[in-house]
Design a protein around this ligand. Structure first.
Ligand code: SF4
Length: 325
């Protein structure tokens, strides 16, 4: 087992020809020394922009499930179910507790403390992961999260960015700016909390140039991890209406792969790559209909990068730079 910095340094140094990616699974293995998996839970949080009726244009209704905020029974049920699934399927030995659905810091500090404590009391965890929006993070919340770090847990905050371009953020109605993402990241860094960014490739108005600039931005800011998502346009969203009107179209799997490789080439090798595609909704019609299978898409990306003799961060020192706001 290595500390976070040792694990990251060793893996970043190994990236190059034939080993093109800083994979999350490799990081977890080196960091914790055994099979470590995330247990995802929905603690019933909401999201500020959904509350005011102005969700991101691509946001579908998944996650608008009945709230059961802080319900110990429900969390226990989810955690027990998640752990036994991961043990049976992957022989998981250790777990990170992952508050995934919606904005998991969108409440008062006492409520957040109660919810995180309740979740953490349901099992033995080596880490706490909290997904949220950059505009749902202030200093008292960062201080609360740092308390869990001082209890010996790895603490990660996953922040939605999607694009490092304000024009795109306005177009997809994110409701926050790139500068707000920068502020939230720096605040977390001050408290020694690890950060990961969510990025969507192929957003309306964006191509290779924009995704490369987003990769530069994240690298310059020193974000620790990134989750890439392919753009899925789901029926019922504002973006679906734009799609029907011919004003937006999602990248094909091949186009997503191309954008992804462009982005990876400009991404710091120290950044852990946590995801390459997203999980499409099963019960709501969406486009594109073609769905990359996660495992085969992953192999395809690795094969293609090896074929091109390229790797994560290969072009980081060249090309388009982004002035970090
Ligand atoms: S921040 Fe997330 S949950 Fe909130 S509207 Fe946007 S996509 Fe939906």
């Amino acid at each position: 087992m290595n500390c976070h910095s040792e694990a990251v340094r060793a893996l970043a140094a190994s990236i190059g020809p034939g080993k093109p990616l800083h994979r999350y699974s490799d990081y977890l293995k080196r960091r914790f020394g055994s099979k470590t998996y995330r247990v995802s839970v929905d603690a019933g949080f909401t999201c500020p922009v959904r509350e005011i009726g102005l969700p991101c244009t691509y946001c579908d209704v998944r996650g608008s499930r009945a709230p059961y905020l802080g319900s110990a029974d429900s969390l226990l049920e989810q955690i027990n179910g998640g752990m036994s699934f991961l043990q049976q399927r992957y022989r998981a030995e250790q777990f990170l507790l992952y508050f995934q659905a919606f904005s998991n810091t969108h409440s008062s500090v006492p409520t957040l403390r109660r919810i995180y404590d309740t979740g953490l009391s349901c099992g033995r965890f080596v880490g706490l992961i909290v997904a949220t929006r950059p505009d749902c993070l202030d200093e008292p919340t960062a201080a609360l999260l740092a308390e869990y770090r001082s209890r010996g847990l790895d603490v990660w905050v996953e922040l939605g960015l999607q694009s490092a371009h304000d024009a795109t953020l306005r177009r997809i109605r994110r409701g926050h700016s790139v500068a707000e993402f920068g502020r939230a990241t720096r605040l977390l860094q001050e408290f020694n909390i690890l950060t990961a960014a969510h990025v969507i490739l192929g957003l309306p108005g964006e191509g290779a140039r924009e995704v490369v600039q987003t990769a530069h931005y994240l690298s310059e800011l020193g974000v620790n991890g990134v989750k890439f998502h392919n753009l899925i346009i789901t029926q019922g969203t504002e973006l679906f209406r734009e799609y029907r009107a011919g004003h937006a179209s999602p990248p094909t799997t091949a186009e997503h792969r191309e954008l992804l490789i462009n982005s990876l080439e400009h991404l710091s090798p120290e950044m852990v790559v946590m995801r390459l595609t997203c999980d499409p909704p099963r019960d709501i019609p969406s486009v594109p209909e073609e769905r990359p299978d996660k495992a085969s898409f992953y192999r395809d990306v690795i094969d293609e990068m090896n074929l091109r003799n390229t790797w994560q961060g290969r072009s980081l020192d060249t090309g388009l730079h982004h002035a970090v706001p």
